[in-house]
Write a new protein. Structure first.
Length: 438
């Protein structure tokens, strides 16, 4: 990697383009459920300075650690700044190692921009993977222990780094690269195991999660509520698929990266579990390859910029936007606002639902009195404010007006006049004591 005036200008141009696309108005979109869960874990980490890994639900510790290190309150902007900056650095790294067209494609890709503005670990994993693959192929320049630590960092970002390891090993074999010395592989493996052990045992405190990982990963790979057909990612990347023929034209420029992208993309397509942001992991190498044909890559980057601008101003749950997935609706923010009004003096709020109501816990994190149950509890004392989803409304009526003793059947009224949906298909209803309505 040689730096001269032209290279420095190219990197600065990429950083500017990536920053303009990623950094403004990070608070505009409501928190997604996955973002809110990670944000809640970040707040816990900041307060307790400890981390508890859960193999069945959680990703690595790197994003919460970096999020907790951001100074000031944990706002949407502060949290999303971490993946946004990672996306900017990834674009700059692509420019430094593969040229300005490749960097601009990553800087302006609608998918890369969209998922850089979410508090999820995809962009951190993509950045670490890009540096790791560069280090892996530069064995004469990089210490294998450093390469191993980078791989460990990938695991610390997200467990799906294991798919990247498998794809890299397969690509290495397919392009017939020379086999690394056994000592180098041992150093790499030791570093990966050390980092993985620290992450998956919560700092060597809880080894039980290691035993749970195989079944948890198999369950997640099987779908776990997110099963989609093999062509799902093509529908997500519909506006960007022109990069594929450009990458095919330039594959000889970097046969290893081409094989890596092909193998990893196939793995993600075959596994039933699919979420749109997973496409980031095999899409960034496609964009780098596409940058190998500057004659077509630069006009494509300009088209990417127009699409990114267009999608950034769409309604956050617009069906026209292919990157939207179980997105929190802007009107859902009326729910925490109304609850703050009804329970403003610290009254208890009861939640009865079988649905996933994140990000509500995040938006209500300052309210101290919350009771969450997956069903109406007939033995409980009704709280002044009750939140539930429609499937439990008949049980709520039975509890309040049939099961309660005479003289204790208080009148509850709906606090939301119009139906309010947290996200498409998930309606939330609020009931409040008639005497407390104001």
């Amino acid at each position: 990697m040689s730096f001269n005036a032209a290279a420095a200008f190219s990197i600065l141009a990429t950083v500017f383009a990536a920053g303009v696309a990623r950094l403004p108005a990070l608070e505009r979109r409501p928190m997604h459920a996955d973002e809110a869960i990670l944000a809640d874990m970040t707040g816990t980490l900041r307060k307790s300075h400890s981390w508890r890994y859960d193999a069945s639900d959680f990703h690595g510790v790197m994003l919460p650690v970096l999020g907790a290190a951001v100074p000031g309150p944990l706002t949407e902007t502060a949290l999303r700044l971490v993946p946004a900056v990672a996306g900017v650095i990834l674009a700059a790294f692509a420019t430094a190692t593969a040229g300005l067209p490749a960097g601009l494609l990553i800087a302006l890709s609608p998918a890369m921009v969209y998922w850089s503005r979410f508090y999820i670990p995809e962009m951190l994993l993509a950045l670490l993977t890009a540096v790791w693959l560069y280090a892996l192929r530069g064995r004469d320049q990089w210490d294998w222990r450093i390469t191993g630590l980078l791989a460990g960092g990938m695991l610390a970002a997200k467990e799906t780094a294991m798919l990247a390891f498998l794809a890299a090993a397969t690509a290495w074999f397919l392009v017939k690269r020379p086999r690394p010395p056994a000592r180098s592989l041992a150093l790499l493996g030791a570093a990966v195991l050390a980092c993985g052990a620290l992450v998956f045992t919560s700092g060597l405190r809880d080894w039980s999660q290691v035993g749970r990982m195989p079944s948890a990963l198999l369950s997640r790979a099987g779908g776990a509520g997110h099963a989609h057909p093999f062509w799902f990612y093509f529908s997500v990347l519909r506006w960007e698929l022109l990069a594929i023929p450009l990458a095919a034209l330039a594959w000889r420029r970097d046969r290893f990266l081409a094989a890596y992208a092909l193998v990893l993309g196939a793995l993600y397509c075959v596994i039933p579990y699919k979420t749109p942001w997973c496409s980031v992991q095999f899409w960034w190498p496609v964009l780098i390859l596409a940058g190998g044909t500057p004659k077509f890559a630069c006009p494509l980057a300009a088209a990417f910029a127009a699409v990114s601008f267009f999608t950034s101003f769409l309604h956050p749950a617009s069906p026209v936007n292919p990157y939207v997935y179980a997105q929190t609706l802007p009107e859902a923010l009326e729910i925490p606002r109304r609850l703050a009004s009804l329970a403003g003096r610290g009254e208890t709020i009861q939640f009865f639902t079988r649905q996933n109501l994140w990000p509500l816990p995040w938006y209500l994190r300052a309210h101290p009195q919350q009771e969450w149950r997956r069903d109406v509890d007939f033995a409980a004392q009704p709280a002044p404010v009750i939140v539930l989803t429609p499937e439990l409304e008949p049980k709520l009526a039975e509890w309040l007006y049939e099961r309660r003793p005479p003289g204790q059947r208080d009148l509850y009224m709906r606090a939301l006049e119009e139906p309010v949906f947290l996200r498409p298909g998930v309606e939330v209803r609020i009931y409040c004591l008639a005497s407390a309505m104001r």
